[in-house]
Design a protein around this ligand. Sequence first.
Ligand code: AMP
Length: 433
Amino acid sequence: MWLASEFRRTVRGMRDLINEEAENLRFIEQKARKVSRLYGYKEVVTPLVEHYELLAAKLGEENRRRMFVFEDLGGRKVALRPEFTASVARLVATKMQSAPRPLRLFSIGSLYRYDEPQFGRYREFWQANYELFGSNKSEADVEILALTNSLLKEIGLKSYFFKVGHVGILRSILSHDGIAEEQQNSIMQLLDKKQVDIALETAKNAGSSKSSLDTLETLLNIKGRQSDVVISEIYEAVKSYSEALEAAGNLSEIITMLKAGCVDADLLVEAGFARGLEYYTGLVFEVFVVDMDIAVGGGGRYDRLIELFGGGQVPAVGAALGVDRLSLALQKQRQISQRSEERRILVVAVESSLFGQAFKISNMLREKGFIVELEVMRRSVSKALSDADRRGITHAVIVGSKEIKQNMVVLRSMRERTQEIVPIEHLFERIMQ
Ligand code: AMP
C-alpha cells in the first residue's frame, strides 16, 4: 500500500534543507563557532527536551502558548526548547554554579515554536546563542554587541543595523506608580507587538498617573540614528524619574563605549523599544537587514533569571542570532550581487575637473557589486558613449557640473537609448530596475 501523499510532505512549519540552504546553515554554524572561540566562549550542548516549567518560567505569554508541549511515557510534562537561555541559565544555576566568573557560554542548534509559518518564520529554526554571566557592567553589554557585529561581518553580511533600547527606562516609569511586574510584562509585550494604544490603555488601567502616561507617550516617539541627540531627548523626557535617568545613563554609557571601541555598527536608538521575552532588565537590541523587515537576531541583559532558577544573583547579557534568517539575508544579498554583475557601467566626467567626482561615484558603484569602467582617455561624452556600445556597457553615468552641484548625475540606458537625471543616492536602485 502507498503512503498517502499528505504524509509524504514535511509537517507544516518543518523543512528539509537541501543544497544552498543546507550549505548556508553549516557555513553560518561554522562562522558562529569561530567567533565564539575568538571571544573566549565555551560551547555547551543542552537537551532538546526540557521540563515544561523550566522553559515556561520567564518566556512571556505569547511564546509560552507556542511551545510544543507533551507528556513523555513516564508522565512528565515536557516541551521542545523554544530558546536556549532557560537551559543555559539552568546550567549556570546548577552544574556550573561554581565556575569562575565571568562565564562565557555558546550554544547552537534547533529550536521549536508553534509560530505561524511565513517568510523567515518557521516552527523549527536554528539559533547561535552567546551568553555572558557574572558582570553587570556596560563592558559586558558592549562585548555582546561587538561579538554580534563580528559574526555578521564574518559571514559577509552587508547593510544591517542594530536597533537598541533599554527596558529599564520604560519599566522604571511603570514601577514609579507601583505597577506590578506581571502587568509590566503584558505592557512590554504589547509594545513589542507595536500595539502602542492598547499598551498605554493597559498602563492607565493598571494605575499609571497622567504624567507617567505622558512621559511614556513621549518616550515612544523618541528614536533616531544620532545617538547623542536621542539620549539627550530621553534624559529630558524622564528627568523627574531617578531610576529611569539611571537606566538612560546606562544605555548612554554602552553606546559611548561601543563607539570608543570603534565598533562601526549602524545604531538606531529607540526609547520605546521592548522585547517579548519577559526576563530582560536592561539593554535590549535587535539586528535588522536593510530591505528585510524581520530581525535576524536579538538579545539583551537579564540580571534576575539565574536567581529565579535558584542560582543566586548572577547578572547576564546575551545574544541570539537566527541562522535561518541570516541564511535568507545571505541568499538575497547574493542574488542582488549576481544581478549587479550583469550590469556593466561606464562613468564619464564631462570635464576633467570633475574626474574626482566620477572616480568617487565609480567606487561607490563597485562597492555595490557593479562592474565599472571609468573614462580615462578624456574623450568627449559622445565619443565615449559610441565606444561604450562596442564594449558591452549597459549603463553610462555622465558626471556634469550642473547636475553634480545638486548631487545628481545623468544616467543613460545604453540598450533603451534613454536618459534621465538621477540623485546619486538613488543610482543603485535605478540601475537595478
Ligand atoms: P528571540 O529568541 O525571540 O529573541 O529571537 C532571536 C532570533 O531568532 C530572531 O531575531 C530570529 O532571527 C530568530 N527567530 C525567532 N523565531 C523564529 C522563527 N519562528 N523562525 C525563524 N527564526 C526565528
